[in-house]
Design a protein around this ligand. Sequence first.
Ligand SMILES: *Cc1c(COP(=O)(O)O)cnc(C)c1O
Length: 348
Amino acid sequence: MTTAPPPTIDPETSVTYADVEAAALRLAGNAHPTPVLTSNTVNQRTGSQVFFKCENFQRAGAFKFRGAYNALAQLSDAQKRQGVIAFSSGNHAQAIALAGQILHIPTTIVMPSDAPSVKQTATRDYGAEVILYDRLTTQREALAQQIAHDRHLTLIPPYDHPYIIAGQGTATKELIEAVGALDFLLVCCGGGGLLSGSAIAAHALAPNCQVIGVEPKRADDATRSFYSRALQTVHNPDTIADGARTPSLGKYTFPLILHYVSDMVTVSESAILRSMFFLWERLKIVVEPTGALAAAALLEGVVHYPNARIGVILSGGNIDLKQAGKLLNKAQERRKKADSAPLARELS
Ligand SMILES: *Cc1c(COP(=O)(O)O)cnc(C)c1O
């Protein structure tokens, strides 16, 4: 018996920069062109010029609105009438719900019962029907597929779809058009929709720009996949970066990342926390743990690129402030215990 390698989707043709440009036209007037912030403190600390692309200010609080709107806008009239379903731990859900509201498409969202309450509430407020499941016992994709089948809904995946990837790429298109070519671009990675879309846009607009993916150490499947060139999976990773708890890269995103991304790095839970609070205190902006991943790689010295122009995507800002307070207390307790440890090592 012989086994054939799995069919791989050609990264040169599956999603192109032309798709990102088409997505940008669809999004014009519907998505926010988000601000780019700079910080003298960060520039001094890194010896570089750093540009933060603030997708925490995107509609529904994260870049996900870009892909969601781009996907829903391209459905047939019949699909739009029947409605769509999505499974998501939060931001994709809100994005689909809001895009559905704008485009008058009914939305159903399958969400883990432990998703932050702000995300559940916001999703319902945008008019979606929310169906909760237990993420320890239920395969969310199978559940969503069953409901989609029973109710004739179109399933919109959170990252592994050409329309989603092209939509996510528009953030980097905006960033480079606003500030000029970059030497490096740091992008967080869950299922890799944002990272692959960003890398396609960077490759077209700043061909010398190296795109670096950043993951939590505790959910390092994409980094391991990148280095082994074979798809690696992680099951229910325990990380505060809930947007990066995805089990693996996808059939579109994995080949795109292998093709366009220069490197992948990981950051610790405490590095994520410290960076999140740094962004709150110094840049005065609310960024959620997953949103701080890319910044953490730079601020914590996981990557070191002196004298460079560096883009950092702050991917989202949806955090329950009560939960954030608890995280801060926990971090401070651990800091006291490890008083004599060097700053960068105080938590691990
Ligand atoms: C979804 C999400 C991510 C991860 O995006 P992928 O396209 O799955 O890699 C990162 N940050 C935030 C805030 C998100 O909502």
